[in-house]
Design a protein around this ligand. Structure first.
Ligand code: EPZ
Length: 426
């Protein structure tokens, strides 16, 4: 089990470049199954979830090559409709092969995704949408089976703008017969990136980024080459690292338009943020003020930055209320943050963050990806030494985090590097 050992109190200074977006790259990899031709993706982050998605696609029968600046997927051979339990259990995003397999093979058999540390993670919106397109659905032995001789376009009203359901349905509808309209669709930038990729494969999609997406099915899709958009959650994490350490950091490769509400909130707290076309500059160190935050689907405040922003709110004066509206249980990290000196109390979907915290180094455990990031941020501004354990969670979504932080002057070491991710490149 790897851990980070962090000596805090050092203001981070310098420039860091964000990697490609995890929450786009995984879907683009799944979408490659829609064509029998080769796909090439650039700016894919070299993170554990990308390696896992590569394993899923290989299990299905695609040839996958993952290197630091290029992922090549050749799904031209005989494909299996099954996404196996152990991979779906490891990564929920594996369920996003369901739409492409159904479209390509007429059937898919995907293990039910378990819950995780942030909630039960249902897939009912995915399934009811696929049923509208004509899929027959049943379950057996912990697997979901979906089948359809021909998918036929229809109007799908999502009862919640689910990101994954929107993505699965766009992919399934791209070669369905006729027109599909997805109402109350998710509006995340990653949805736009997926639509751009599918359009370059020959799909006909309009409205991505709005709450109404129209897909006119086409006969077949070709291979394509695509560059993944920057990771807005990683960008926000580094902006917060500058703020909580009182540093001065340029976060390059970020798209400020993907972070508007987040940026306006940290400015309200007292962080100096200057926005440019392809980067932001963040200066910390001033006085921070309590500010209430409620997470919402895009363009609202991103739930993936809820845990990390709690560290900044802990440094502010007064009390802040944080409301988690997207997931059922995304405060599991609070106990660990309180071990570092925070004073946060939660009740249901609300957390009250008491300010004026002086973080002190301690031994803590990451419970999920973004919780781990929050613990690292707290360690960076804590007095003394912090050990963040179970950082395999962090490896899932942050590429070379310790190297990037060291480049900004942080004193952070990875210990027990036996399974260092870069040796797993295939
Ligand atoms: C995506 O998860 C992201 N993951 C999450 O990022 C992100 O937090 C989330 O979107 C919200 O932005 C990836 O893209 C791989 P949802 P997803 O479907 O697609 C409920 C990270 O840290 N729901 O919008 O699973 C669900 O339980 C991860 O990078 C249903 O009830 O999100 C949740 O409470 C964490 N039924 C809420 O909706 C469904 O059929 C949001 O889910 C689908 C979802």
């Amino acid at each position: 089990m790897d851990k980070y050992v962090i000596t805090g109190g050092i203001p981070l200074v310098g420039t860091v470049r964000v990697s490609g977006a995890k929450n786009s790259a995984l879907k683009l990899m799944a979408a490659s199954l829609l064509s029998s031709e080769k796909t090439v993706l650039h700016n894919v982050p070299l993170i554990r979830d990308v390696l896992t998605m590569g394993e899923v696609l290989r299990e299905i029968g695609a040839r996958v090559t993952i290197s630091p600046d290029r992922v090549e997927i050749d799904p031209g051979g005989e494909l299996s409709p099954t996404a196996p339990y152990e991979l779906v259990r490891r990564m929920r995003a594996s369920i996003l092969v369901m739409g492409p397999l159904l479209a390509r093979l007429g059937r898919a058999r995907v293990a039910m995704p378990g819950g995780c540390n942030i909630g039960p993670r249902h897939i009912n919106y995915h399934l009811s949408g696929l049923e509208k397109l004509g899929a027959k659905i049943n379950a057996d032995h912990g697997f979901i089976n979906v089948a359809a001789r021909n998918l036929t376009g229809d109007i799908i009203n999502l009862e919640y703008p689910s990101m994954g359901a929107t993505e699965n349905l766009i992919m399934a509808a791209s070669t369905a017969r006729g027109r599909t309209v997805i109402e109350s669709a998710a509006r995340e930038p990653e949805i736009i990136d997926l639509a751009k990729f599918l359009t370059s494969m020959g799909a006909r999609i309009n409205g991505a980024g709005t709450d109404t997406i129209v897909i006119d099915g086409v006969e077949s899709l070709s291979g394509a080459t695509h560059t993944v958009i920057p990771d807005r959650v990683e960008a926000g994490t580094f902006m917060l690292a500058a703020a909580v350490t009182g540093g001065d950091v340029e976060v390059t490769g970020a798209n400020p338009l993907h972070l508007e509400i987040f940026t306006s909130k940290i400015r309200a707290i007292g962080v100096d943020v200057k926005e440019y076309d392809h980067h932001v500059r963040v200066k910390g160190g001033g006085e921070y003020f309590s500010t209430d935050i409620a997470t919402l689907p895009f363009p609202g405040f991103p739930t993936d930055l809820q845990a990390p922003v709690m560290v900044l709110l802990s440094l502010a004066g007064g009390h802040s209320i944080v409301t988690e509206n997207v997931f059922e249980n995304r405060f599991s990290f609070v106990e660990e943050l309180n071990r570092l000196g925070a004073c946060i109390r939660t009740s249901g979907h609300h957390a009250v963050v008491h300010g004026n915290t002086r973080f002190e180094g301690a031994i803590v455990e990451a419970t999920d990806l973004r919780a781990g990031a929050a613990l690292v941020l707290a360690g960076l501004c804590a007095s003394g030494v912090t050990e963040v354990r179970h950082i395999q969670h962090i490896d899932r979504g942050y590429e070379d985090l310790e190297f990037k932080l060291k480049g900004l002057g942080a004193d952070i070491e990875r210990v027990d590097t036996a399974d260092r991710i870069s040796t797993a490149v295939t």
